[in-house]
Design a protein around this ligand. Sequence first.
Ligand code: HEM
Length: 143
Amino acid sequence: METGLLHLHNLLRWVLLALLLLTMIQAFSKKESVKSTSLFLMIVAHTMLLIGLYQVFGGRYAWSTIPEGTSVMKDGFYRFYLIEHPTLMVGAIVMITWARTKAKALAYKPVAYALLISLLMILAAMPWPFRAGIGVPAWFPGM
Ligand code: HEM
């Protein structure tokens, strides 16, 4: 199950990024369809949050697996996966959730800018393959 959830976490990032871009473009161009896409976006984002929480507390790099004597803040790998990645991603998901409440009222500008900030946070916190020390080589699960 653990591998399956990790693969899902890896794959859903593309669904999340596609929905995020689509909803943001719709908000910038004042399209009423932002109401439904923002809902799908929020559902995918909250699914990522649940899987992420599982990784942090029950996954292979969970808090309980940190070797004796390792300082999380001094170890770039654990600091990334247990502090930086979760904090920025939770922040981005909060922005997505807030954007959804604004989308229901068709307040286009706040939706567009909240999603833009959320996108930048996600791009910054992603373990891209080219990131030294923490990068995940798989662009897609199982690659
Ligand atoms: C916008 C939401 C998120 C995106 C796009 C995202 C993306 C990713 C990606 C691409 C990986 C690498 C997966 C792999 O090794 O195949 C990963 C790993 C991980 N993520 Fe996230 N993540 C998100 C949210 C979260 C949240 C909210 C948490 C924690 C609360 C979290 C915790 C983790 C952990 C602990 C790992 C390492 C798991 C492992 O390699 O065993 N993620 N994430």
